[in-house]
Design a protein around this ligand. Sequence first.
Ligand code: FAD
Ligand code: PYC
Length: 417
Amino acid sequence: MNKYSGFGLLKHGLSYHENWQRAWRNPKPKAKYDVVIVGGGGHGLATAYYLAKVHGVTNIAVVEKGYLGGGNTARNTTIVRSNYLWDESAHLYEHAMKLWEGLSQDLNYNVMFSQRGVLNLGHTLQDMRDIQRRVNANRLNGIDGEVLDTQQVQEIVPIMDCSANTRYPVLGASWQPRAGVARHDAVAWGYARAADALGVDLIQQCEVDDIITEDGAAVAVHTKQHGLIKADRIGCVVAGNSSVLAKMAGFSLPLESHPLQALVSEPIKPILDTVVMSNHVHGYVSQSDKGDLVIGAGIDGYNGYGQRGSYSTIEHTVQAIIELFPIFSRVRMNRQWGGIVDTCPDACPIISDTPVENLFFNCGWGTGGFKATPGSGHVFAATLAKGEAHELAKPFSMFRFNDGSLIDEHGAAGVAH
Ligand code: FAD
Ligand code: PYC
């Protein structure tokens, strides 16, 4: 009997949750690996999986200071879309989108990818011009997108206040039908299980506190719990802590670390079957399969590493949601949390070699890296396997900040910035 079949689930249900098989091993680290990946979030685990599956590199360790997926991967609000403005980022996020579309089958694990569509609302003439420009650019890149007017938006979301006499009337929206949401922790678990099955060592409760270099090249990580682990190549994928790791290796990154908050309401009956985002009113909302409203807005303005955030951000976020959805005014909020996001000056990631040979960084995804998880892992795996940037990663080198070839995606990064 397949343990994932209906009968398998029933049998395990009746066994009082005892004697379950581990989904992945709990190995002791070896003295040396071909590749050590620092950070066991979705991006790090996806990198390990594609390194093993696509490039045949299986002597890999993923070292994670806490538990797998315990960082931003399981703290985000799960929005997946690829409607970015510039060719470089549009190609990268669309590469991820295509991988999302086959991910549950590829991993043999249900990541609950639900293509329920994403609306980015426009409330001013300038918003609508920007939307028109972005949708045109998307379509030229083969990415699905439509510009909707108020009436069409109202048909998709009947419960939203689209009347003309609101403070910020909805003039229209961009609509990406293939966009949606996925179950974030399942993404970490699916990649972890599949990477483990290919021989990758997943080492939890293992914090890197130094990066060891010899003659300008990285040769090992030092960990608090297991001492030195040597590696031919090291990939750092430590969202929120990237500057800390870079400092260990003796260079700095153009990143700022900020808290980003989210909140969920008590569960209510299904009422919202798409994702609504508004840069202008500054809030976004979707409804989880469980019924909770999943809500967020922008970063807290200060730098910090506390995974909390301040009350004023919560207050503004909830005001924005009620502005759009007066019907939610009496729904109670159940939980709030924060994650630390590394934001880049151009709202684009860094997927790059570094001034230290054999040391690579994948970071700076800011408020929007969940959607990129499969694509980021896929191109970073190629970068680590070959020692040079994958074609899609080339524009995202950290050295773009030396020559000014920035890719400004603040518009598409949108509401969470
Ligand atoms: P993480 O999951 O954070 O993984 C990094 C790992 O590195 C962590 O597990 C951490 O413990 C580990 N680590 C750090 N330092 C060390 C060390 N010294 N040694 C060993 N391990 C270390 N993106 C979207 O696309 N859509 C959204 O809707 C969205 N909503 C968001 C909402 C919130 C509230 C937040 C906080 C983020 C949101 N994001 C969203 C952004 C997204 O979550 C991140 O960009 C993405 O998850 C980053 O993935 P990751 O695997 O790199 O990071
Ligand atoms: O990047 O789509 C996004 C996003 C939504 C909420 C946080 N980030």
